[in-house]
Write a protein that binds this ligand. Structure first.
Ligand code: ARG
Length: 461
């Protein structure tokens, strides 16, 4: 049976089935059923309050909408059939229950303002969940830092070991980026938390409606300012995709580090078995697939952001059917972001430090060359001289295949005549990591202070 359309009077004959299936959105916008019912109920309540609809009709509609909600929730009515969209589906259900009066629900309202209000409501609820999940992730980062307070890992530049850093300092770097991610999510929430209901098709309505009443019923903090903008605007989705892309871009960098650090050759960290996968051929393999997939999901997020920009660019002001293309990426983005944050939280909760491997790292490393140069400056050299002398020491070590920490005093003195015991003492990895006490640095006190601030931030509502 073909479902009833919300339009048709001006058309001769039937719509081509190809056009029917090409234009339908019910197959995916049915996800909005709960939001659509909430929006419709808020609209009916407002119409009744403003005496545009009689109390009796209003009450009948609300009761029927509640019934539809209960039936859909338990799957009593299936979300199937060849409906044009979720809006036609629900109006048809309403008509089944209260007859012709169902169409009065269209007074002072259009699918154009309804659909964007549905989307806003849907995303607002999802964003509240996402912010919670993201908070758990940030908390897991700080817990991880506290589990390995003294581990020293290489800080890299150009993916070459640069200077030793405390592992908690590394965790705090992701926490610091996470605070900006939080801001981006909050901004998306702010732009989303606006009702468009009452904007009509494009220009408002001749009915004496009050959009503020329905906005309040729906729990929106604000009501649209201009009806034409309200039906055209999808900036709230752009801001959400920006937040999604930002978070996944950061996670992809985090994952890249963990993939490299857990791999053969480095092995600084150990990933939990439960989060890794094996190979069908090579029995020895423990592959970091979730990390690789997380890195890959960033491409998807960037796709969401770019495709909506392209969709909106050059689009005439007003509702255009192109905007129907906003939905599938949104559902995908919500799922992708929620699952990615959750996956990363599990990884952070499960990873551990391999202290033996880290100790080996420092044995044949030059990451203390900066400390050597700094110490020479303290001993009276200019920075240029100190840099050059420390460089000569590194070259000597490379040529002799020796580690910096294994050099004998005579070997030092051959390059730095004034070298003494104090100088050698500074060449310890632990000392080096401890020493960088500048604000926001990797020194123990600086890190303790930052961890304290992070804990306080996590506790603020
Ligand atoms: N399904 C449409 C969308 O998702 C909403 C309906 C508005 N249709 C219209 N022809 N004005 O955007």
């Amino acid at each position: 049976m073909t479902s009833k359309k919300l339009w048709g009077g001006r058309f001769k004959g039937k719509q081509d089935p190809i056009a029917v299936s090409f234009t339908e959105s019910f197959s995916f916008d049915q996800k909005l059923w709960e939001s659509d019912l909430a929006v419709l109920s808020a609209h009916v309540e407002m119409l009744s309050e403003k005496e545009i609809l009689s109390k009796t009709v209003g009450q009948k509609m609300i009761a029927a909408l509640n019934e539809i909600k209960a039936d859909l929730a338990i799957g009593k009515i299936p979300l199937s059939g060849d409906h044009e969209d979720i809006h036609s589906f629900i109006e048809e259900e309403l008509e089944k229950r209260i007859g012709q009066e169902a169409s009065l629900i269209r007074i002072g309202r259009s699918r154009n303002d309804t659909v964007v209000t549905d989307l806003r409501l849907h995303l607002k609820n999802e964003l509240v969940e996402i912010v919670k999940g993201h908070h758990d992730y940030l908390k897991a980062l700080i817990d991880l830092a506290n589990r390995f307070p003294n581990a020293v890992i290489p800080g890299y530049t150009h993916f070459r070991k640069a200077q030793p850093i405390l592992f908690p300092f590394y965790c705090l770097a992701h926490f610091s980026a996470g605070k900006r991610e939080h801001e981006a999510l909050q901004f998306a929430l702010e732009l989303t938390d606006v009702s468009a209901l009452g904007a009509g098709a494009v220009s408002g309505t001749s009915w004496p409606i009050d959009p503020v009443i329905s906005a309040k019923t729906l729990g929106f903090s604000e009501t649209f300012f201009n009806a034409l903008d309200a039906v055209s605007d999808r900036d709230f989705l752009l801001s959400f995709y920006f937040a999604e892309t930002l978070i996944l871009t950061h996670l992809s960098r985090f994952c890249e580090d963990l993939i490299l650090w857990s791999g053969e050759g480095l092995s600084y960290i150990e990933l939990p078995d439960a989060l890794c996968t094996g190979s069908s051929l090579m029995p020895q393999k423990k592959n970091p697939d979730p990390l690789e997939l997380l890195r890959g999901k960033t491409a998807r997020a960037l796709g969401h952001l770019t495709s909506l920009f392209v969709l909106l660019k050059g689009l005439p002001m007003g509702y255009n059917r192109d905007l129907q293309e906003d939905k599938e990426p949104l559902f995908d983005a919500v799922k992708t972001l929620k699952e990615s944050i959750y996956m990363m939280t599990k990884i952070v909760e499960g990873l551990s430090i391999n202290s033996e491997a880290l100790e080996k790292v420092w044995k044949e490393d030059f990451a203390l060359a900066t400390d050597l140069a700094d110490e020479l400056v303290r001993a009276g050299h200019t920075f240029g001289e100190a840099h050059d002398l420390a460089g000569q020491v590194v070259r000597y070590c490379s040529e002799k295949k020796k580690a910096l920490r294994d050099l004998k005093m005579e070997e030092f003195r051959a390059i730095i005549p004034k070298a003494n015991g104090h100088l050698l003492k500074t060449l310890s990895i632990e000392e080096s990591a401890k020493r960088r006490e500048s604000p926001g640095g990797t020194g123990h006190q600086a890190v303790a202070k930052a961890l304290h601030a992070a804990q306080a931030w996590l506790k603020t509502p």
